[in-house]
Design a protein. Structure first.
Length: 250
């Protein structure tokens, strides 16, 4: 199970008045302790996702809480170093040998931070700055923990962002609006280093779950994760067809 932790740093991370990261608050590590205890009890392997692309969205307030507005940790060298050393490293070091953590996902769909889409209007970050941030975060995880590390990419079009970062395995997301050719194209043709590639997200509300999984297997993906067991957006579901496909395939 892929599980999100800090997301856009709306909670769990302490900042000064200028948006400079100071470290984690006192609740983060105990909360992760509790989550991993439940995972171990139920024999569920977790892939914690440290951050999400909404980190770089324009800041807005909701019930007095700031959402997004932290692109500085990507674009400013000092803030970037502080985020990695004071925010990410303590989490990874604390759980570096926990049997419930099977891998680390540094950031969910960071490529959206580049595109200046509706969430990023006026806040898109430069390619080089984002790649540097991701590369330093990947290095931090690999230095601090024994588990493999990946990054969840929003499709195949921006894999050049992560291809040279030394990931232990690659992760591509796909939804029907991307088109079937984007899913059916052979993994071997993506131009990535020789590492496993998984389908890290695909929509669970579609009616063609078996077709998606068959296509992913045929294309050479090493695994697939449905979106999602707990989210409540228009793509999220955990359909019976998923279990049926698994039973028929084993």
């Amino acid at each position: 199970m892929r599980v999100f932790l800090l997301c856009d740093a709306r909670s769990g991370v302490r900042f000064d008045g200028c948006g400079f990261p100071l470290g984690l608050d006192e609740f983060v590590l105990p909360d992760i302790d509790a989550m991993l205890a439940v995972a171990r009890r139920h024999q569920v392997g977790l892939m914690p996702v440290l951050l999400d692309f909404h980190l770089c969205a324009a800041a807005q307030l909701a019930n007095g809480v700031q959402l997004g507005g932290h692109a500085r940790v990507v674009t400013d060298a000092d803030a970037r170093r502080a985020c990695i050393d004071r925010v990410l490293r303590p989490i990874v070091e604390r759980f570096a040998n926990d049997e419930a953590v099977i891998a680390w996902d540094v950031m969910n769909e960071p490529d959206w931070c580049l595109r200046g889409g509706p969430l990023m209007r006026g806040t898109a970050v430069p390619f080089d700055a984002l790649q540097r941030f991701l590369g330093e975060a990947v290095a931090c995880v690999q230095q601090s923990a024994r588990q493999p590390v990946t990054i969840g990419c929003a499709g195949t079009r921006s894999l050049d962002l992560v291809a040279a970062l030394g990931l232990d395995f690659f992760q591509v997301h796909w939804y029907e609006r991307f088109g079937w050719p984007a899913l059916a194209g052979p993994v071997a043709a993506l131009g990535l280093p020789r590492r496993p590639v998984i389908l890290g997200e695909f929509g669970g509300r579609g009616t063609r779950i078996a077709d998606v999984l068959d296509a992913a297997r045929q294309a050479g993906y090493a695994g697939a994760l449905v979106w999602s067991a707990l989210a409540d957006d228009e793509q999220s579901a955990y359909p019976p067809a998923l279990s049926e496909w698994i039973r028929a395939s084993t």
